[in-house]
Design a protein around this ligand. Structure first.
Ligand code: GDP
Length: 164
């Protein structure tokens, strides 16, 4: 009981994770299983097809990159799974679990990483993870609105109705 109170007042770090459209059909369940096995709490979970506006806003920081349009097209091309992951040091841990952006590099430097296993190429790379805490909070707020409770959906993938 005491631990739950501490958890409430000092929540662990959150990050935004996305299973991108290329990985949804074949690898979604395996990826969710690995996320749980690695000790992340899945605090929020929803499947959504991003609108163009949403994908553009999500990747706003990349708007001047040559691949921006391709990236937005890809992110709108089918359903995504949007997740809020909670753990200590979660931003860094989730990025390390994903592996490098380019699966060619991932296969060499991080062969066990999710991108080494599930990404097809540098664009269709299966997963998103925020690069820092500030982006994480901003994008979580953008995609989920205000999160007032810290629900743990880890065990069953369903919303836990227990009020805080
Ligand atoms: P991330 O943090 O590892 O996702 O990588 P970035 O923030 O640098 O890039 C965002 C996303 O844009 C990546 O996950 C890829 O889907 C895509 N991307 C990154 N670099 C390239 C590139 O050089 N070419 C193409 N076509 N897509 C890229």
């Amino acid at each position: 009981e005491a631990e739950e109170e501490i958890h409430f007042f000092f929540p662990k770090q959150q990050t935004l994770a996305i299973i991108k459209p290329d990985a949804m059909a074949e690898h979604r369940e395996e990826i969710l299983g690995e996320i749980r096995a690695a000790g992340f709490s899945i605090s929020q979970l929803k499947e959504a097809v991003l609108s163009r506006d949403m994908a553009e806003e999500l990747y706003r920081e990349h708007r001047d990159k040559p691949f921006y349009r391709q990236l937005v097209d890809f992110m709108c091309s089918g359903p995504c799974m949007l997740l809020v992951l909670t753990k200590e040091n979660t931003v860094e841990e989730w990025r390390s679990m994903m592996g490098p952006t380019d699966p060619v590099l991932a296969k060499v430097t991080a062969p066990g990483s999710l991108r080494a296993r599930f990404a097809s190429d540098i664009l269709h790379n299966a997963l998103h993870g925020s690069s820092n805490q500030e982006h994480a909070q901003e994008k979580i707020h953008f995609l989920f609105g205000d999160i007032t409770s810290d629900r743990d959906l880890t065990s069953n993938g369903k919303m836990d109705p227990t009020p805080l």
